[in-house]
Design a protein. Structure first.
Length: 147
């Protein structure tokens, strides 16, 4: 249930006004390690991977029209397919312990983080990272998922 709430709140806060589909797969460290190696050529596990399907940074558009998303619509559901998220529950538990907060908080954070990636956010540069972190905390606060 927390995953669905995080997805819905992120879409709401980001003013994504279209029906949306997101695939979330929950795995262990071994599985996410394999995926990370296969798709990113990084030979180690990670906490979360995001595979966006939108071909533009939604977060940078002043207004989004149906024309912007029409090629990503699932004809069976009429929802925009945003992409795939893979979360390592093993890594989430370890990080929750390390950071001293709940497992729910960590999984919520990873879900919101990934959703923002699906909508075009990134954190390669300092200003992008600051912008993304601020948005993550804003969404988690609205969900009352605190540290």
């Amino acid at each position: 249930m927390v995953l669905k709430k995080c997805v819905e709140k992120t879409l709401n806060v980001e003013n994504f006004n279209f029906p949306a589909e997101v695939s979330i797969t929950l795995v262990d460290d071994g599985t996410i390690h394999q995926i990370n190696k296969e798709y990113r050529d990084i030979d180690r596990p990670t906490d979360v991977l995001s595979f966006p399907l939108l071909s533009f940074a939604y977060c940078d558009k002043a207004e989004v029209s149906m024309d912007d998303v029409k090629y990503e619509i699932n004809p069976e559901t009429n929802a925009v397919v945003l992409g795939d998220v893979v979360i390592s529950l093993e890594r989430a538990q370890n990080q929750a312990n390390e950071y001293g907060h709940s497992f729910i908080r960590e999984v919520g954070f990873l879900t919101v983080h990934s959703m923002l990636h699906l909508l075009g956010y990134d954190h390669e540069e300092d200003d992008e990272r600051d912008r993304m972190r601020k948005r993550e905390e804003e969404i988690l606060d609205k969900l009352e998922i605190t540290r």
